[in-house]
Design a protein around this ligand. Structure first.
Ligand code: PHE
Length: 468
């Protein structure tokens, strides 16, 4: 095991590491993005592929990221540089860190806008707007909300400030406090929502939608020309499912690596990774189970897009007893879940600025926050001023493009490179001495990292560009 320590501090215990990493993983990706892309891509088959990607790609890469981080004990850029040197290979591997810094930057720019929607909904819920609201009214409310760019801008600004504030305070003071009790609370509220969906929603249809796979419907696009139906394979759902596995677990950009660099020495990497992945998956599935029964019971459209949870959950809160309180709490917790993720998006860049430029954490966090705020304007306008076709490229708004570029391309490429570095360019000893796994478990993991994970990612990429 490496004897290095981090200049940025260390988590006070393994539990705190797990909570921090789970705080990074569990966020808008689970509660906002998972339901809406599952709705857009037709349910069951998409969910199944996503779960496969979590198990075969997500879990092994999570272990890779933690082990690289803990061994290098620096920002991802410097960690990769140090480890590459130590393992006798080219220091060009530090580009993994650079690509991660750019991904984090781009992700936060739109993440913050969506988190801003949740902030706005805290106020709506608390002031009783949802009480007795109909499906139609809730749709209008959402429409009014996103069509006003000054409002979106204000909430986006507030969320960026919140992120900068916590990151500036540092690992122990800033990050630890935020994660210790919020996660369990969020889980509790999700369970209440699922309970409501069982009682009042169309639970059977929701479960069927999520868990009965129809591969033809999801992965083939069919057209009928002159009475004859012809179907072609469509690689996009596959790529989105894999990209989302990276996005939801915060992998491929160094967030988990930098958190791993603050992990105490003797903690088990495998046990922690398993816990984090299990929690993240549980939250996503619970969110799906809470939302889809409501979608079907109210005759809503599962493929409604990014507004899905904002157009369904208020109906439930508006109708249930104690809904005003639960609704307020729910959106508040969603904000917190997003907050604990957003801080991990900037931490790799901040750690690097502190290490290499000797910049104070506050200044580093503030400059990065400002950059994200600026690019975030593009996402703010994607839902109003720039929503028209004239502003789209290939049917995608600025926001859609950012989301696609980061989740579907940059994160999987980053994760793939980390797995290849660890499995092929670094020594087996390096991984062995950090993981401390007994046989046959280590050999199985080693095989997966060297072959299964990289081949899996490559196959999905080739399908997506239509080569396979
Ligand atoms: N995992 C977070 C979520 O699901 C998003 C995220 C991606 C955070 C990448 C950090 C790094 O919301």
């Amino acid at each position: 095991m490496s004897e290095r320590t981090s200049i940025h501090g260390q988590w006070s215990s393994r539990l705190i590491f797990v909570l921090a990493a789970a705080g990074s993983a569990v966020g808008l990706g689970n509660i906002w993005k998972f339901p809406y892309i599952t709705g857009e891509y037709g349910g069951g088959a998409f969910v199944l592929v996503y779960l496969l990607c979590i198990a075969l790609i997500g879990l092994p890469v999570m272990m890779v990221e933690i082990l690289l981080g803990r061994r290098g004990r620096q920002s991802p850029i410097n960690t990769m540089k140090t480890l590459a040197k130590e393992e006798g290979t080219t220091q060009a591997w530090s580009w993994i860190g650079w690509s991660g810094v750019i991904s984090g930057f781009l992700i936060l720019s739109f993440y913050s806008v969506i988190a801003g929607w949740a902030l706005a909904y805290v106020i709506e819920a608390a002031s009783g707007t949802f009480n007795g609201i109909s499906a139609e009214q809730v749709g209008e409310l959402f429409g009014d909300h996103v069509s006003s760019w000054p409002k979106l801008l204000a909430w986006h600004t507030l969320f960026i400030l919140m992120t900068v504030f916590v990151v500036a305070r540092g690992v122990r003071a800033g990050l630890e406090k935020a994660v210790t009790w919020l996660m369990p609370l969020l889980l509790g509220l999700l369970l209440i929502l699922v309970g409501y969906s069982i009682a009042e929603g169309d639970f059977a249809s929701g479960v069927a939608f999520l868990f009965s796979p129809d591969f033809d419907k999801v992965f083939y696009t069919c057209t009928t020309v002159a009475g004859a139906e012809s179907c072609v394979f469509n690689g996009e759902p596959l790529l989105t499912a894999m990209g989302h596995a990276f996005f939801t677990l915060s992998l491929g950009m160094g967030a988990i690596m930098v958190y791993g660099s603050y992990m105490p020495k003797k903690n088990s990497i495998t046990g922690s990774a398993l816990l984090i992945v299990a929690m993240d998956t549980a939250v996503a599935l619970l969110a799906g189970l809470a939302i889809f029964p409501l979608v079907f019971a109210n005759g809503l459209e599962p493929g409604a897009g990014p507004g899905l949870i904002f157009q369904t959950l208020p109906i439930a809160f508006g109708a249930m007893t104690g809904g005003q309180l639960f609704g307020t709490l729910f959106f508040l917790l969603l904000v917190f879940a997003a907050w604990t993720s957003s801080i991990s998006l900037v931490e790799p860049a901040v750690a690097w600025l502190v290490e290499n430029r000797g910049i104070k954490r506050l200044h580093a966090a503030a400059s990065i926050g400002f950059g994200c705020w600026l690019i975030g304007l593009g996402t703010v306008f994607s839902f109003n001023l720039w929503s028209g076709e004239a502003w789209q490229v290939g049917g995608k708004t600025f926001f859609d493009m950012l989301d696609y570029l980061t989740a579907n391309i940059l994160l999987p490429v980053g994760g793939l490179a980390m797995a290849i570095f660890t499995g092929w360019f670094a020594s087996r000893r390096m991984s062995e001495s950090e993981l401390l796994l007994s046989e046959p478990w280590f050999s199985i993991w080693w095989f997966v990292v060297r072959f299964i994970t990289p081949i899996g990612v490559l196959i999905v990429f080739l399908h997506a560009v239509g080569v396979v």
